[in-house]
Write a protein that binds this ligand. Sequence first.
Ligand code: ZN
Ligand code: ZN
Length: 360
Amino acid sequence: MADDRPTRLLAELARAGSGAELMLVTSLVNVRYLTGFTGSNGAAIVGPDTRVFLTDFRYVEQAAAEVDPSFDRQIISGDVFEEAASRLPGGELRLGFEDGAVTVRDHSRLADRLPGRVELVAAGTPVEALRAVKEPEEVQRIAAACELGDAALRELMEAGLAGRTEAAVALALEDAMRRRGASGASFETIVAAGAHGALPHATPRDVEIPAGTLVVIDWGAVLDGYCSDCTRTLATGELTDAAKVTYDLVREAQLAGVDAIGPGVGGRAADGAARSVIEAAGHGDHFGHSLGHGVGLEVHERPRLSHRSSDTLVAGNVVSCEPGVYLPGELGVRIEDLCVVTPSGCEILTHVPKELLTVG
Ligand code: ZN
Ligand code: ZN
């Protein structure tokens, strides 16, 4: 218990300096992280001598099974924001709320019911800060989701891509993940051939993938609550020299990014390590997104690897490394791995090869 997640939340609250002594956690993914609860209505109040979990009657049994027994489980009949106000400890206190997640309406619901002795404090996102540093067991779960995603892509590659529509390939990939035990895709699968691949967030179309083109596939599985995220750009036959050169450039940048990722490295510096390779080749303008993002219970979380990032990597971060070059009207290439930061560098969790792979 000394170093459990609620205890670490209080340390993070003190470190962040908002002045909050207690934290009302209402974002469901954060409630899950703190308490173990996976249902769709719940909240947690965490303070030095307070651990309260709130949910409604539908989740009595689920809460009993899932919620960490250090929490006092309380069944409420109304809205969590309305009910939280009456379940606080006595005395003067400053109650933090998640200002990035609470709506203005919920904030007033809560504020309207708080006694005068309670001050409501915007406390930022302290649970997200904890979630950025994974416990070994969380890394194992993410690694398992990556392994599942890898296997699903291998199945897809065996079946070939040319002649199938982007939408059919995306569906087949999601189906392959589900058959392997994923609860779903961690985001909408991207399958984008040829010039369509120049859109970093392309939506799969009902358009057949031709032979002799590049296909960007960005996919992820949710397994046991944890996400994977990976991108490979596959060839469907002989490519133009220009396409091969672009592929090699992105691969070189991706390897430079992975090389840079390690403890003590700034998110900005990691981004710069990959970006400088692309810039040196004159394609800086064709790499319009950031290098990477944290992945865990959510597919986009902290820390960020970008030229605006103020994050510094620490062991236990799980981040993507995903440079891309997008040539409008021609093609796109992106290569993405998930990496866990280790005490000495990083370890890659996604294992589909990154050499240019040609499938039928
Ligand atoms: Zn991705
Ligand atoms: Zn990603």
